[in-house]
Design a protein around this ligand. Structure first.
Ligand code: HPA
Length: 272
């Protein structure tokens, strides 16, 4: 039962740290180093937290880093869990829900995504304005945890307008170009077929990835306000006449990382 795992993770966190962050920042592929810039940093390995799944993907360190940025109390998740690793959607959000129990009330998600919108280029940054869940998996499947939220939570405002504006302002003030659009979640781990990408484009997707939507749903369920940014690490399958590979995703993530860190930093500054 995932609720028991959430509670044991939460209880361990209350033992291990006195920090009670207001914001959780989920750092996706190639973006983990942002956590190294925090003050009063306290890192807790996922392996030290009972109830947590374990991370397997290259580029995901697998730890929580508590600390302060611009006077804001923040916890970064360096590494996240994916359904393609074999976890249920509910299991992938155990860390986030433990942090929600610990008191976070805002969430900033980052991820790597393929560009579906042909106006995009690798290295672009996109604010996620909405999503399409093509996995049809849901982290809230199973008995509802009333302590977190209602059985049938609304998703109309899953991406908070004010927080998203904070991302735009943070980018704009630093001269960083920022796109906005719809993120389609696919199950992976294989990348999409070119026909799937054409279908996603027709259906209104601008970017495609294999994460984040369960986290957004779990946050919205609990009344935690979210904003999300995708790093467009590659053009999605079939857009260019060339194969996709994970190294390219990681490399573009590395190149865009400093710009994304600037946006994250400006975003946090605006919360202070
Ligand atoms: N597809 C799915 N997930 C991804 C991609 C992609 O093209 N790039 C980075 N994550």
């Amino acid at each position: 039962m995932t609720m028991e795992r959430i509670v044991s993770a939460y209880e361990k966190l209350t033992d291990l740290t006195e920090q009670r962050p207001e914001l959780c920042v989920v750092l996706g592929s190639g973006l983990g180093s942002y956590a190294d810039t925090m003050e009063d940093a306290q890192a807790i390995d996922y392996l030290a937290i009972p109830g947590f799944p374990m991370s397997t993907v290259q580029g995901h360190a697998g730890r929580l880093v508590f600390g302060k940025k611009h006077g804001v109390s923040v916890v970064c998740m360096q590494g996240r869990f994916h359904c393609y690793e074999g976890y249920t959607a509910a299991e992938t959000v155990i860390p986030l829900r433990a942090l929600i129990k610990l008191g976070i009330n805002k969430l900033l998600i980052t991820n790597a995504a393929g560009g579906v919108n042909t106006d995009f280029q690798p290295g672009d940054i996109m604010i996620i304005e909405d999503h399409i869940n093509f996995t049809f998996l849901n982290p809230l499947t199973g008995p509802n945890v009333d302590e977190f939220g209602p059985r049938f939570p609304d998703m109309s405002y899953a991406y908070d307008k004010q927080l998203s504006q904070g991302l735009k302002d943070a980018a704009g003030s630093q001269g960083i170009d920022i796109k906005a659009g719809v993120y389609a979640m696919m199950a992976g781990p294989s990348y999409e077929s070119p026909a799937e990408i054409r279908a996603l484009r027709t259906l209104g997707a601008d970017a495609v990835g294999m994460s984040s939507v369960p986290e957004i749903i779990a946050a919205a369920h609990a009344g935690v306000k979210s904003a999300a940014i995708s790093c467009i690490t590659n053009m999605a399958a079939g857009v260019l006449d060339q194969p996709l590979n994970h190294e390219e995703v990681m490399e573009t993530g590395r190149i865009a990382a400093s710009r994304i860190q600037t946006v994250i930093d400006g975003f946090i500054q605006r919360l202070a």
